[in-house]
Design a protein around this ligand. Structure first.
Ligand SMILES: [Fe+2]
Ligand SMILES: [Fe+2]
Length: 498
């Protein structure tokens, strides 16, 4: 599908996810300034030492000169690395926020590496009999690689591991064993953080990483330096692995609130009906709540069939129509046989009310800090599709040129991710099948195929990387679940009538 080719490019992703662009820019500026302040302090502590060339005439006068040069070199390396990867690797789509986050993590790790080697070696009771080089096996790259995989994706975590390994090994006096250990331990950490829906799984990922790190450290130490520090290397490697889970758990909430990410752990927290928005949805708009739960089940099935994130699909679907709160009666799922209020309204007014639920949903998602991933899906769940239900009513106006068909389209943007596309398909399919009276499995199947085809031909999936085979798999998964739901709606005999 052309969508796969048109995947949004990293550097050029427009700020059109529906979230307020101004608020995002201010947050990015605040983050940049904060990061610059932290790094300035770190450079002041270690800059000249890391860049001895700066300790010449200029270095004596301004210790920061060496540090600034080092920062530029590191920033250049990272921007080239992530910039190139983001442009050319389909699944590495780095927005400015991701780039800033990865650079911050890599630089933090760079200085953490320096701190581990310099500071721990200074502790007298520890330093005795332990070669300084062995401290490199404590550099916490596995934890950082796990964080990147959980918050962004596996492809980006591999690229991050390579870039951060090179930088951290440079901080560890360019040692080959350190470089190889970092590459291996970072990959092992990221590989074990596949699906992490709770803290226990994160801790277990660290526990499973520990033996790999211990073995790698001991083997590398023995290969390059003989038997002297093998035991310490093994112990430090194991400690590094064991600590990776707790360190990742400590870093993630900070990254989530500072950069707007939503990990699966956070998503699971949001899926509880105790959340004020879901409670309101349940009490005030029960029809929309039921619709959202069914869409979540459908989207989760679609995600499992295509390798997309099922937790994100299910939780984002629960929130996708929160913008309908306060306007329940205008949406069919809440009317349940009551008078259709749109009968007494002009098509233009109906259009305005219906379209507004997307914008209102984005506003509420930002107010309740649901995270960028859910906010983006809310903004994209109708793409630029047509409001078919009011188009017929508006036909006379369109023929009189008092309105145009384009006015009856949602403002967009179109889905940018597989998860957003799956929710769009599930949402439309659920609404279409709900309107059928006692459908057979075949009717359900035909309706879902019709909806999928219509959305695809309308170009709504042009900007996401859902392949054609994924589209078939999603359609199949959705119609299977919908057929099961429709089949489960059996009529019970009325009480007393036998
Ligand atoms: Fe909607
Ligand atoms: Fe919906």
């Amino acid at each position: 599908m052309n969508g796969s080719r048109n995947a949004t490019r990293s550097g050029s992703r427009p700020p059109e996810n529906g979230a307020s662009p101004l608020g995002r820019y201010w947050r990015l500026i605040a983050l940049s300034l904060g990061a610059a302040g932290v790094f300035a302090v770190l450079f002041y502590l270690w800059g000249r030492e890391l860049f001895p060339g700066g300790a010449g005439r200029w270095g004596e006068a301004f210790p920061f000169v060496g540090a600034v040069a080092l920062t530029l070199a590191v920033a250049l390396f990272l921007s080239e690395w992530f910039g190139f990867a983001g442009r050319e690797v389909r699944k590495v789509r780095l927005a400015a926020r991701d780039f800033l986050f990865l650079c911050s993590l890599a630089l933090l790790l760079f200085f953490a590496a320096k701190a581990v080697i310099d500071l721990i070696a200074e502790i007298p009771s520890l330093g005795r009999g332990v070669p300084t080089r062995v401290y490199a096996y404590l550099i916490p790259l596995p934890a950082f690689a796990m964080v990147v995989r959980v918050l962004i994706n596996s492809e980006t975590s591999i690229l991050f591991t390579v870039a951060a390994s090179v930088l951290s090994a440079a901080a560890a006096a360019g040692s080959w064993p350190a470089l190889l250990f970092l590459l291996l331990s970072g990959t092992a950490g990221a590989a074990r953080a596949r699906r992490v829906p709770d803290r226990y799984r994160m801790l277990m990922a660290g526990v499973q990483t520990a033996p790999v790190c211990a073995l790698a450290a001991a083997a590398l130490e023995f290969s390059f330096h003989g038997g002297g520090g093998v035991l310490w290397a093994g112990v430090f490697g194991a400690v590094n692995g064991l600590l990776s889970g707790p360190i990742a758990l400590a870093v993630m909430p900070v990254a989530e609130s500072a950069f707007g990410y939503a990990s699966d752990i956070r998503l699971m927290e949001l899926s509880g009906t105790g959340h004020p928005l879901l409670s309101r949805l349940m009490m005030e708009t029960p029809g929309t709540f039921h619709h959202s739960v069914v869409v979540g089940t459908l989207a989760e099935a679609g995600a499992l069939a295509t390798g997309a994130n099922p937790v994100l699909c299910r939780v984002a679907a629960l929130y996708h129509d929160i913008g309908k709160l306060g306007k329940a009666q205008y949406f069919s799922e809440n009317q349940a046989g009551a008078v259709n209020v749109h009968d007494a309204m002009s098509p233009g007014l109906s259009r305005a009310v219906i379209l507004s639920h997307v914008k209102e949903g984005v506003r509420m998602a930002e107010e309740y800090r649901l995270g960028d991933r859910i906010t983006e899906i809310i903004a994209q769940h109708h793409g630029t599709s047509l409001l078919y239900c009011f188009l017929d009513k508006a036909r006379p106006l369109i023929q009189d040129r008092k309105a145009s068909e384009e006015m009856f389209r949602y403002p967009g943007p179109k889905p940018k991710s597989r998860e957003a596309a799956i929710i769009m398909l599930a949402d439309a399919a659920e609404a279409a099948v709900r309107s059928l009276d006692r459908p057979t499995p075949q009717e359900v199947d035909e309706t879902v195929i019709g909806i999928v085809n219509r959305i695809y031909l309308d170009g709504q999936l042009n900007e996401c990387d859902l392949m054609l085979r994924d589209l078939h798999a999603v359609g199949r998964a959705i119609s299977q679940v919908l057929a099961a739901v429709a089949h489960a709606r059996v009529d019970y005999p009325e009480a007393g009538k036998g």
